[in-house]
Design a protein around this ligand. Structure first.
Ligand code: ADP
Length: 248
């Protein structure tokens, strides 16, 4: 049974490595337009969960549906990227010797295919999309800068900009605040709240100040399944969560 209108529906997912259950009957629901933070100690299964959703790994058991009825377990990683799920890894992978603008242009080209892009002059709507994205990621005044000259935080924003050029419905983002200054972290939380107006987001994060600033529902993973869900305040007061984080 699938509840009505879910962007992501993970149900009873188990994934073992040599008999060890990295995911153990994991269930998670995300409604369209929702942002959810995923926290949990090292080894809780956060990366494995992202790998299963994006088709990098196939679950041993359970179901993963996108947009109500698309069975992600039947698609490979490339197909899943094309049906509207964007994934951002922790390390930014911008092209350092291209400008900020060119990186975004390239991301747009990625959506169209190389041949078509070579033949294609940027239309006014393309320019508008790039301009809107530059404003959103706070790099409008740096569009002619080489990406390699940006700060770590700015590179992360550029990569998020590149992801959204492809207009994904769902964004999966791994530890965006890692390595950022306090100021960049605060700006990133603002950026994510803007993103959440148009996209659904799953954000894996260790930095609790950042999670607090996101002000969104939180899921705590532990030993491959959901230990607690609620606001950050609620889960931080949960006795089982406290025991897991303090190591009993
Ligand atoms: P997290 O991202 O929450 O730190 P992971 O999903 O990376 O957790 O890992 C969950 C557990 O599964 C860990 O104990 C890890 O060692 C194990 N694991 C993950 N990937 C593999 C793999 N390819 N082979 C063997 N064990 C793995």
């Amino acid at each position: 049974h699938i509840p009505q209108d879910t962007i992501l529906y993970v149900d009873g997912v188990t994934k073992s490595f040599d008999g060890f259950k990295a995911l153990n009957s994991l269930s998670l629901i995300l409604e369209p337009g929702q942002m959810r933070a995923i926290i949990g100690p090292n080894g809780a299964g956060k990366t494995t969960m992202m790998d299963v959703i994006t088709g990098k790994l196939r679950p041993d058991e359970g179901t993963v549906f996108f947009n109500n009825d698309i069975d992600l377990t039947q698609h490979d990683e490339a197909e899943i990227a094309n049906i509207g799920i964007g994934r951002k890894f922790q390390k930014p992978s911008v092209i350092e010797n291209l400008t900020v603008f060119e990186n975004l242009e390239l991301a747009l080209a990625g959506r169209r295919g190389v041949f078509e892009s070579l033949m294609h002059k940027l239309s006014s709507s393309d320019n508008k999309q790039i301009g809107d994205t530059l404003a959103l990621i706070r790099l409008a005044d740096k569009q002619e800068w080489l990406a390699g000259s940006l700060s770590h935080g700015q590179k992360q924003w550029l990569e998020i900009g590149m992801l959204i050029m492809q207009e994904p419905q769902l964004l999966l983002i791994d530890e965006p605040a890692a390595g950022m200054t306090d100021e960049e972290t605060a700006l990133t939380a603002e950026l994510f709240k803007e993103l959440a107006k148009k996209h659904s987001l799953v954000v894996v994060e260790h930095d609790m100040d950042f999670v607090k600033a996101l002000d969104c529902p939180v899921t705590v993973l532990h030993e491959g399944s959901v230990l607690a869900q609620g606001t950050l305040e609620q889960v931080q007061q949960n006795q089982q969560v406290i025991e897991v984080y303090l190591g009993r």
